[in-house]
Design a protein around this ligand. Structure first.
Ligand code: CP
Length: 309
């Protein structure tokens, strides 16, 4: 298979295991490219991509922009905070105005779940979801699985615990779909208030005790508390959360086994992850970021290579 099954990358739920393997195989080639002295290829020379971000981002926005530039695409960046969205323009009007400037592809982050799906019903350009509210963050899940594969040789058969604020996490949902499609076992762990009520129906194990989750897993993907999405209090204080769910070196070393520690960023140091773990040999957090560029190059390249694109 040399083509993706979908015109857009809206979520991991919509793509197949074969799509994931094609993206990984393509990312292998681009990873080799970005480690060369000349890190650029002409693959998307005639393509214009708009990165439209309605929510804050550091890693995803920079990673997409770098991926696009490494592929020689023309790039325009839009951030809602400094745009006419502030004057009341709708999402569709904003995007149609951008597309009328002959843009071929849209990379979009939006606070509303389903915003990129809505757009896909109204425009012809390829759309990549760079995170829609609490729904999905497909390229994050792809780079996470790719990093597990790189570190442990394979994703199939591995036990992955996703620990923290599962309730508000698009990273958790996309990771669950991606890991299960590749044959990994998935557990979610956090305080009851931060676990979605019906999460077990996705076929994941549910654990409230972080030590038990760490004893079970080969990989722990640690998530931050998303205070910006909380209108009510889900736990008494960050100090208490850190006491019961924070992962530090003392806890890790008491397990007498090796665990790979991942984090999608941004880290709240001293809350979900202590610095002595985040900066340790157990963590592959910066490898994840590095792999993000190759994964995004692969996604953009494959979408642009589709017939009629
Ligand atoms: N992992 C992630 O999505 O980080 P940003 O919010 O900084 O893009």
């Amino acid at each position: 298979m040399t083509q993706l099954s979908q015109k857009h990358l809206l979520g991991i739920k919509d793509i197949t295991e074969k799509d994931i393997q094609l993206i990984f195989d393509t990312a292998d080639t681009f990873k080799e490219v970005i480690n060369r002295p000349i890190k650029k290829v002409p693959s998307l020379r005639d393509i214009t991509i708009a990165n439209i971000f309605f929510e804050n981002s550091t890693r995803t926005r920079l990673s997409f922009e770098l991926a696009e530039k490494r592929l020689s695409a023309d790039v325009i960046n839009f951030s809602a905070s400094s745009s006419s969205v502030k004057k009341g323009e709708t999402l569709l009007d904003t995007v149609n105005n951008i597309l009328s400037m002959k843009v071929d592809m849209i990379v979009m982050r939006h606070a509303s779940p389903g915003a990129p799906h809505f757009l896909s019903n109204h425009i012809d350009a390829n759309i990549v979801n760079a995170g829609d509210g609490t729904h999905e963050h497909p390229t994050q899940a792809l780079l996470d699985s790719y990093s597990i594969r790189e570190k442990l040789g394979d994703v199939a058969g591995k036990k992955v615990a996703i620990i923290g604020d599962i309730l508000h996490s698009r990273v958790a949902i996309s990771n669950i779909f991606a890991l299960q499609k590749q044959g990994a076992e998935v557990m979610v762990c956090g305080p009851n208030t931060l676990l979605p009520k019906h999460i077990a129906s996705l076929g994941v194990k549910v654990e409230l005790d972080v030590r038990k989750a760490l004893e079970w897993c080969d990989v722990a993907n640690v998530l931050r508390i998303q205070l910006e999405r909380m209108q009510i209090k889900y736990f008494p204080s960050l100090r208490e959360y850190s006491l019961y769910y924070g992962i530090n070196l003392k806890l890790l070393e008491s397990l007498n086994k090796e665990i790979v520690i991942m984090h999608p960023g941004p880290i709240n140091r001293g809350v979900e992850l202590a610095s002595d773990v985040a900066d340790s040999k157990h963590a592959i957090i910066l490898d994840q970021v590095q792999n993000g560029v190759a994964i995004r190059m692969a996604v953009l390249y494959l979408l642009a290579s589709q017939p009629g694109a």
